[in-house]
Design a protein around this ligand. Structure first.
Ligand SMILES: [Zn+2]
Length: 343
């Protein structure tokens, strides 16, 4: 075991390169492991305070890790939290569902064998370079489905990224959250799931079965989720589906039938339990998890954070190198529990 009872900070025997977008916790875990220590001891050594919580000052980590401070800040978004969020405030760090496993093949290409956790945006669900699912359900290092024989899923991801560019991340993230909830409900109810079943067969053969939390299920419904996101995030289609606009609602339902759920019925029978019908009629399916998305930061907050970060980055090349780097806005793709997806 490494002796960490030093009075003055000094570099550990083994240095570890950070992975782009890595969380501080993930980096600390890898650095400790490489030096045969544990995260708690290492954290106490770096901060000089027992039981300290993340985040902490990047300069002290840089000394211990034997790396350039600003290289660490650029790679690890939560190391600096901006001028108004000094070290010791764990608010930004402790948000849940903001991080997930990095693509293990990308990590391996950097010579990293152990799991790396990165900050993620809602649309960061696929590594296009390696054709791997890294989104919902991907909880283990080996749990990243191979998408090389799933052209629909890869194509859907390109559409997803285009939607973000067109409508903005906030609108698409919220639309995606609703769409994923609705599509999971359909899968659980064996409705409009033809494409899902075909993709599950490609993944797992004709007698496939899948747990509702499995990454395979999340990947197999993804094309339908993105197709529905296209409508739910679009101001035009939102206007068509407005309550009271019966002609527009029929047009909206026709588009759903054409691009999302072939055979989608409209109008739905009275007291229909169809989740999309609920979205059309009152703008939200009857399920409380979607309310959590109200906690997401607003677009103006994102813009402020982004400009602060850009300023910090440009200052990093000038004399103001001690200035704190603002954290990115860091989200993970949303995930809900739904019914079983087995056919
Ligand atoms: Zn990759």
């Amino acid at each position: 075991m490494l002796d960490l009872n030093w009075t003055n900070l000094r570099p550990l025997p083994r240095s570890v390169a950070p992975f782009r977008g890595e969380t501080t916790a993930s980096y600390l875990r890898r650095l400790a492991a490489a030096n045969q220590s544990d995260e708690k001891s290492l954290l106490a050594y770096i901060t000089g305070i027992p039981r300290v919580t993340l985040p902490f000052a990047a300069d002290r980590l840089a000394v211990v890790a034997g790396r350039d401070e600003w290289a660490l800040r650029l790679a690890i978004p939560d190391l600096g939290l901006g001028r108004n969020r000094g070290p010791g405030n764990p608010r930004a760090y402790s948000r849940r569902k903001d991080d997930g496993l990095a693509c293990r093949l990308c990590a391996a290409a950097k010579g990293i064998a152990e799991p790396v956790r990165c900050w993620k945006q809602p649309e960061d669900v696929i590594c296009l370079r390696h054709g791997r699912w890294i989104g919902n359900g991907s909880t283990a290092d080996s749990d990243q489905p191979d998408l090389r024989f799933q052209p629909d899923i890869l194509q859907a991801h390109r559409r997803h990224l285009r939607l973000v560019r067109r409508h903005g991340r906030d609108a698409v993230a919220v639309g995606y959250a609703f769409a994923e909830y609705i599509c999971r409900r359909w899968v659980g109810e064996r409705s409009y799931n033809e494409g899902f079943r075909q993709r599950m067969e490609i993944f797992d053969g004709a007698d496939w079965s899948v747990h509702h939390t499995a990454p395979l299920l999340a990947a197999a419904i993804y094309p339908q989720v993105v197709a529905l996101t296209r409508l739910l995030a679009s101001p035009f289609w939102q206007a068509q589906a407005q309550p009271g606009n019966s002609l527009g609602q029929q047009r909206f339902a026709n588009e759903v039938s054409r691009t999302v759920a072939p055979g989608y019925r409209w109008p739905q029978p009275p007291r229909s339990g169809d989740p999309l019908c609920h979205w059309i009629m009152d703008r939200r399916p009857h399920d409380p998890p979607l309310l959590s998305y109200r906690k997401w930061p607003s677009a103006s907050w994102l813009a402020a954070e982004q400009s602060e970060r850009d300023a910090a980055l440009s200052d990093a090349t000038s004399t103001s190198r001690s200035r704190e780097l603002s954290a990115s806005l860091l989200w993970d793709a949303p995930g809900f529990s739904t019914q079983s997806g087995a056919a």
